[in-house]
Structures are given as structure tokens and as C-alpha cells.
Design a protein around this ligand. Structure first.
Ligand SMILES: [Zn+2]
Length: 79
């Protein structure tokens, strides 16, 4: 049962990703291009997490208009 739920969840995430690419909200690599809530193209980085040695481990991107979170970059990939 929980395996089925997992499969459905995974499918929904994949469909959502494809939809967002088609609509131009994100690049194919997952990088956000515009806000999926208000369609504003001005995005800003608002949280940066650094490793002890100084390099960036993770940062969050939000819409500069409605302030909603539109993407997370961590260790070289977009989520
Ligand atoms: Zn927005």
C-alpha cells in the first residue's frame, strides 16, 4: 500500500516537473526561471548555507515580488 502511494507521489512530482518545464517556470536542469505563483521573472537568492570551509552547500531562491520559494540549489543540483 505505501509502495503504491510512493509510486503515485513520484509520478506526480515528475508530471509537475514536466509541466513546469513546458510552461517555462524552470530550466530542464531544474533551475527556476520565473515564479510559478505570480509569473514574475525577478527571482532572488535569500538563504545561503555555507560549509565550515566557506563553500556554498545550499541556497534558496524566491520570487522577489510575492516572496514564495521557487527553488533550492544544493550540492550542484536543483530541487
Ligand atoms: Zn511570485
Amino acid at each position: 500500500m505505501s509502495k503504491l502511494i510512493f509510486k503515485i507521489k513520484h509520478l506526480l512530482i515528475r508530471l509537475n516537473y514536466k509541466r513546469n518545464v513546458l510552461l517555462g517556470y524552470i530550466e530542464k536542469n531544474g533551475e527556476p526561471k520565473k515564479c510559478s505563483y505570480c509569473k514574475c521573472k525577478k527571482l532572488e537568492t535569500y538563504e545561503v548555507f555555507r560549509h565550515d570551509q566557506g563553500f556554498v552547500e545550499e541556497y534558496w531562491v524566491r520570487c522577489s515580488k510575492c516572496k514564495k520559494k521557487v527553488g533550492v540549489w544544493a550540492y550542484g543540483s536543483w530541487y
